[in-house]
Write a protein that binds this ligand. Structure first.
Ligand code: PLP
Ligand code: COI
Length: 339
């Protein structure tokens, strides 16, 4: 899609080549000075560990255009820290929080014309990543690395935005119990491609994974975290070492407690106890908050509040979160970094 033909109100989650991306190489034990480049094609060794052994990790965060024209980054320090943990898990050199945020700002400013206007519901999605590159063949950490950030304007990840979607419980696991589930690494997503496509073929938005040890508890959606609201108005979200610690999830926990005065429980969500909940949702940077209308488990669809409209507590959480992100509602201390 060209810039001129962009329809800001109808953006989905599709690749659009923007003007400039940030690129830094790690050589001889240090990150080299990063540059902004027009070229969106990487030229890397055929022996790169990222290609063969999955030595790579990525992040996802958004920049928002505010009503006053300024630009907000939402909790980029959290993304920086999560990327540091992912890098540590895969034996890759980490990027400091300061360098990460500086690089994000550079990319946003260099592509400012691609930030969706205030009020369209869209945002500029930033995709930072670190990959192992350089000549290599054995299973070992790479001799060189690339840290890059590109960006693109996005709208809703799941169709319909605030319209509830149905999800299907997968019989596959996306991550092992003591594996890499808590790290944002490509291997977890490679494992989710087949189950995800099977669910989509059956008209589900995506699948939901159960815990890999007992297959009795909800872990997360392939591309977002899971939460639910009990009939007593408790906000519940799974806590597990194989779930990705989402920044949206973390933020909703705090907003639920401090702004909506809800009790919050991080714990087990048993798949045979879905009737404890009146609302459910998927939350993440791309997904924002996507209400879950129903969950299919062994070909039985459990329906929550409604398959047609978002539940009232989910809607309040959505309004609070998106209001904070776009600067309409005062943010908790430290959550917004102005570009
Ligand atoms: N879980 C998975 C598997 C994800 O891909 C994402 C998206 O990043 C999330 C959860 C939510 O994380 P965040 O809120 O930090 O985007
Ligand atoms: C995100 O929300 O940033 C994600 O990474 C989800 C998905 C696009 C993989």
């Amino acid at each position: 899609m060209s810039y001129e033909s962009m329809n800001w109100d109808k953006l989905g989650f599709d690749y659009i080549k923007t003007d400039l991306r940030y690129l830094s190489n790690w050589r001889d034990g240090a990150w080299q000075e990063g540059t902004l480049t027009e070229d969106n094609v990487l030229h890397i060794s055929e022996g790169s560990t990222a290609l063969h052994y999955g030595q790579q990790c990525f992040e996802g965060l958004k920049a928002y255009r505010c009503k006053d024209g300024s630009i907000n980054l939402f909790r980029p320090d959290q993304n920086a820290m999560r990327m540091q943990r992912s890098c540590a898990r895969l034996l890759m050199p980490h990027v400091s929080t300061e360098d990460f945020i500086e690089a994000c700002k550079k990319v946003v400013l260099a592509n400012e014309r691609f930030i969706p206007p205030y009020g369209t519901g869209g945002a500029l999605y930033l995709r930072p990543f670190v990959i192992g590159v350089g000549d290599n063949i054995g299973v070992r950490t790479a001799p060189e690395f690339i840290f890059s950030i590109f960006c693109l304007p996005v709208g809703a990840y799941f169709k319909g935005g605030l319209k509830p979607n149905n999800f299907k419980i997968s019989s596959f696991d996306r991550a092992a119990a003591n594996g890499t589930g808590a790290a944002k690494v490509g291997g977890n997503y490679a494992a989710s491609l087949l189950p995800g496509s099977q669910a989509k073929k059956l008209n589900f938005a995506d699948c939901i994974y159960l815990d890999p040890l007992t297959h009795t508890k909800i872990e997360e959606v392939g591309s977002a975290n899971f939460f639910a609201i009990t009939h007593e108005n408790v906000f519940v979200t799974p806590k597990s070492p194989s779930v990705l610690p989402g920044i949206t999830r973390l933020s909703l926990i705090e907003l639920a407690k401090t702004r909506l005065n809800l009790e919050v429980v991080e714990g087990d969500v048993f798949i045979d106890r879905l009737s404890d909940f009146k609302e459910a949702g998927a939350c993440g940077t791309a997904a924002v908050i996507t209400p879950i209308g129903g969950i299919d488990y062994n070909d039985n669809l459990h329906v929550f509040f409604s398959q047609e409209e978002v539940g009232p507590i989910t809607l309040k959480l959505y309004n609070e979160l998106t209001g904070v992100q776009s600067g309409d509602i005062e943010a908790p201390e430290g959550w917004i970094v102005k570009v």
